[in-house]
Design a protein around this ligand. Structure first.
Ligand SMILES: [Zn+2]
Length: 455
């Protein structure tokens, strides 16, 4: 039996003070408010449930900050993608594991307790499949096990370079599968995570650009009851091209032609009409928003205010991992709405007027749903996955209840997160991951081996 005592805790039913929590075998067995600490309890400041990072390409952590130089022509998502392809084609299994471990360390330090890895670099550098089709996925699973983050591995189906099944380009050689190959990959991926009791596998048809309608249907079938993630409507160019290709908008087509429901995560969905917003909200799917990356890539602004008014669900992801920062994802989302609408406090409601609380709760529930985690929040029976904030941090002085979350989401400059636990095991102490030094040293060596420099 483990015991903790918190000055305050955000429980599934709301805030409580002087909270004693106990766990056995990684699961919460008891929570008592207004309690005294008992001998052997660890004492901490403010406990929050950990939230899931629903969309990541871990290897892209290795190129963070390398695409911030102006080129001769207009820079866009598509010029960024050229560098990303060069990077993706330069890393082997060892490098992937080393880079992913650093990304996962930083996610835990940022208060994320689980990650959805949208994983598409499957084959060897020359495009030849590895003997084990899940060789690269197994490296992600190893990095997750080493660092302690919860993993939902989402092997990607990638078939084409554009709408209508256009032939893949040479730089996409490591991603490409046919449907039979994909079925084998998903099966092998299930084997690759089998050693981690709470890791799981979903499916990820990459986008309507990269999979045919037949491929999409097959991937959904292969996924069974697990999560289904897809990139959609991230770029206006993509929406216009799809309109030219079939006369429909991507989200509109998807809602009409795929069994979109609560298992689905529509990543980005940036460019949507009000009818599409209503349709996605009605489907019960989660929209996966990645505000830092979407701003970095110049994608556009998702109409989150309208989507929440329609009852939509969302979670957040660190996507390109250019910067891994959970509170900043939440505040960037709110700020994007303020800048477009020239109003304040847009993603909260009169029922929950605190913006920090509204964003934190919604992203926690949406992220857990999208990753198939079976629930979110500190309550008996749940996994003991939680984050503590340093009650002595000056920005938290004089704050209580939702005011703590408003300070955390809108005024944190990193340094407020003290500890992070998963399944009752502590992975972050004093704001640092316990394996940080080792993981950083290996990352630096791996990056030298990749040989792509940011200069
Ligand atoms: Zn992505």
């Amino acid at each position: 039996m483990q015991g903790w005592w918190f000055e305050a805790a955000l429980l599934a039913e709301g805030w409580a003070e002087r909270v004693r929590m106990t766990a056995e075998q990684g699961r919460i067995v008891g929570i008592t408010a207004d309690a005294e600490p008992e001998a052997g309890d660890e004492r901490h400041g403010v406990a929050l449930p950990g939230i899931a990072n629903l969309h990541s390409h871990a290897f892209q952590r290795g190129m963070a900050g390398m695409a911030e130089r102006r080129g001769p022509a207009a820079d866009s998502f598509w010029t960024w993608r050229d560098l990303m392809y060069r990077f993706a084609n330069a890393i082997g299994p060892e490098e992937l594991e080393a880079i992913a471990a650093l990304a996962f360390v930083e996610m835990l330090e940022a208060g994320f307790v689980a990650v959805g890895e949208f994983h598409y670099v499957h084959h060897d550098r020359d495009g030849t499949p590895f003997a084990d089709p899940a060789e690269m996925g197994a490296r992600l699973a190893a990095a997750a096990a080493e660092t302690g983050i919860g993993l939902t591995l989402l092997p990607v189906l990638y078939m084409a370079s554009g709408f209508g099944g256009a032939a893949p380009r040479p730089e996409q050689r490591r991603f490409v599968q046919d449907i039979d190959g994909y079925a084998r990959l998903v099966e092998a991926s299930r084997g690759a995570v089998a050693g981690s009791p709470d890791a799981r596998v979903g499916v990820a048809p990459h986008s309507l650009r990269a999979v045919t309608p037949e491929g999409l249907a097959a991937a959904v079938e292969i996924g069974g009851e697990g999560p289904v993630h897809i990139h959609i409507a991230e770029q206006t160019g993509e929406v216009e091209e799809y309109l030219r290709h079939c006369g429909r908008r991507p989200v509109e087509w998807l809602l009409d032609n795929a069994p979109v429901d609560a298992r689905w995560c529509l990543v980005h969905a940036t460019h949507v009409t009000s009818a599409e917003i209503e349709g996605v909200a009605r489907s019960g799917a989660v929209v996966g928003l990645c505000p830092i990356t979407e701003a970095n890539l110049g994608d556009g602004v998702f109409p989150a205010t309208d989507f929440l008014a329609a009852g939509g669900r969302f979670g957040v992801g660190s996507d390109s991992n250019v910067l891994i920062d959970m509170p900043q994802e939440l505040r960037s989302l709110e700020y994007s709405q303020r800048l477009v609408r020239r109003e304040r406090n847009l993603l909260s409601s009169m029922a929950c007027p605190s913006n920090g609380r509204a964003l934190f709760d919604a992203a926690g529930k949406g992220g857990a749903q999208a990753l198939g985690m079976g629930g979110h929040g500190l309550t008996p029976g749940a996994r003991a996955d939680f984050v503590t904030l340093d009650r002595g941090h000056p920005t938290l002085a004089g704050r209580a209840g939702d005011g703590l979350l408003d300070a955390f989401v809108f005024a944190d400059k990193r340094g407020m997160i003290d500890g992070v636990w998963r399944g009752g095991r502590q992975w972050v102490r004093g704001g640092r991951h316990v394996a940080r030094d080792r993981v950083v040293a290996r990352y630096v060596r791996a990056l030298a081996g990749v040989g792509i420099t940011g200069q």
